[in-house]
Design a protein around this ligand. Structure first.
Ligand code: UN1
Length: 512
């Protein structure tokens, strides 16, 4: 019993004849081989998907270029209306799409539903935004002149997304890009292509219904080679990429070489500072979900706890007791808290990290283990582990995409903040405290250096209304809420002279 996944696939419109790349309703046959999308839940194939080749890529880009010429002239609120319908369609398929996400990448069904909810939320946000793509007006220094700025659509936006949020991160990009008048070309993770295909079916129907051309939303199935094509292609003014720092550096370099724009959302090494003034129940709950939710495979997952020495033993003991109650297994069975890692390679990295932290002197608080036996046949299920460690350990400085939590002791709040900042990554951070001075120090200019800094909330589970992203090796990009939309448009400053003279700026005289 695969928890009704085949009927969910059917309702999502996934059929054997359209398991590949598409420009919308038009599914392209590349003639290439099919590869299997396997579920880490049971280790078996769900369906086979066709890889694109360079001809498929060319077809997609040229269709997108033509589509952009039309789409950019559709008034933004009308573009918003289409995004509203996409949000409504997502509401209807929430259970099925949530299930597919859960089954294809292994997060719990509740988190699969949460991910689809993020998509619905960003569609709502984008609909409002479609009437608020505001530019400023300025006072010209010259008489009889008016000056203002406007935001125009940018063009083709390439989106490279990761397996861990196989659909939400795409929607953060597309919902904004579409209301901004851009067209999108999406390369989903090759580890979760079916979730991408399901989304493409949903949106293609709606664009067609509105008489919109093929190519506003395209899907291209493939591996890093497709990412390379997008990164080097000057017909793609913006590449938005989510994934590892290694991948982000390659994309950033290739896009930078042609002076294109990249929006990078890369690794995190997120910490929660637990002070002696923390509400301890809250701190334990926040740390627990942050560390083991999505089996530690969020870019916002809690990887480090920086704990005041006076409460260190208590936190370690309470967490160990909470970990002993975790139920690990099929993520579609709602009795389980933790599902599998994405694949066997991820399991190897988990094992290697545990070896490494031990070798570097880490002290085991809750041991790790790869689970075997009934229900664990895929070999992807692991026990979340906890180690006491030091911040400077090489493995602690590194993002391991697995449920391994490092506990680090501190004495003063200044030291805690320095430890929090003392890693190459800068995505998410949190402090658990009821002390106003500690909280404000953490949020100050001398506090957390991350793109996200929370008080009495864990590091993961950001809402879409805020700008999402981080500093340093996290890549600097911001997606989703606030004014992240500006990355998807080009700004134009306009000065209009309605006088009968032609004065020069800065008072320059140039008479003949
Ligand atoms: C990611 O892991 O790539 O803040 C995104 C969170 C989610 C998004 C995570 N809203 O945990």
């Amino acid at each position: 019993n695969r928890f009704g996944i085949s009927s969910a696939l059917e309702r999502l419109g996934i059929k054997s004849e359209n398991l590949g790349s598409s420009t919308g309703e038009n599914w392209l046959d590349s003639g290439q081989a099919y590869f299997s999308s396997d579920s880490p839940v049971d280790g078996k194939s769900i369906a086979k998907v066709q890889e694109a080749n360079s001809e498929t890529y060319e077809q997609i880009i040229s269709t997108a270029q033509v589509a952009f010429e039309k789409w950019r002239l559709v008034p933004a609120p009308q573009r918003g209306e289409i995004v509203r319908e996409i949000g409504n369609a997502l509401r209807e398929v929430k259970a099925d799409l949530g299930k597919l996400v859960s089954f294809e990448m292994g997060k719990s069904y509740q988190e699969g539903l949460g991910e689809v909810q993020e998509m619905i939320d960003i569609c709502d946000f984008a609909v409002g935004l479609s009437r608020q793509l505001y530019g400023l007006t300025m006072h010209s220094e010259r008489p009889g002149h008016r000056m203002y700025e406007q935001w125009h659509p940018l063009g083709i936006v390439g989106i490279i997304s990761a397996f861990n949020f196989p659909v939400a991160v795409w929607s953060w990009n597309t919902a904004l890009a579409w209301v901004c008048g851009d067209v999108t070309v999406w390369k989903p993770s090759e580890k979760a292509p079916l979730s991408g295909i399901a989304c493409q079916h949903i949106v293609a129907k709606i664009f067609k219904k509105h008489g919109m051309p093929e190519g506003i939303s395209s899907l291209i199935i493939g591996d890093y080679k497709v990412g390379e094509m997008l990164s080097h292609d000057s017909r793609v003014p913006l590449v938005s990429a989510t994934g590892s720092t290694r991948m982000g550096k390659l994309v950033g370099k290739a896009v930078g070489e042609r002076l294109g724009r990249s929006l990078l959302e890369l690794g995190g090494n997120n910490a929660i500072i637990i002070t002696e003034n923390a509400d301890m129940d809250m701190a334990i709950r926040g740390a627990l979900f942050g560390a083991v939710g999505t089996a530690g495979q969020r870019c916002t997952s809690t990887r480090r706890l920086i704990i005041h020495e006076s409460v260190f033993d208590e936190v370690a003991k309470r967490l160990a007791s909470a970990y002993s109650k975790l139920v690990i297994g099929n993520p579609l069975d709602e009795r389980n808290h933790v599902g599998p890692l994405i694949d066997q390679d991820a399991v190897k990295m988990y094992e290697a990290a545990i070896e490494k932290v031990k070798a570097e002197g880490g002290k085991e608080i809750v041991g790790g283990e790869v689970l075997s036996g009934e229900g664990y046949e895929s070999g992807c299920y692991v026990k979340p582990a906890i180690f006491e460690a030091e911040n400077h350990y090489e493995i602690v400085q590194h993002e391991t995409f697995a449920p391994i939590l490092y506990l680090i002791k501190y004495k003063t709040i200044a030291e805690a903040i320095a430890l929090q900042n003392g890693v190459p990554q800068g995505l998410s951070s949190a402090i658990m405290t009821t002390n106003m001075r500690e909280a404000e120090a953490f949020l100050s200019a001398a506090g957390s250096d991350c793109g996200i800094a929370n008080v009495n909330i864990g590091t993961s589970g950001a809402e879409i209304g805020g700008a999402f992203g981080g500093e340093k090796e996290t890549g600097g990009g911001r997606e989703s809420g606030s004014d992240a939309w500006k990355a998807y448009m080009r700004r134009q400053t306009n000065t209009i002279n309605y006088s009968t003279a032609l004065p020069l700026a800065q008072g320059i005289k140039f008479d003949i």
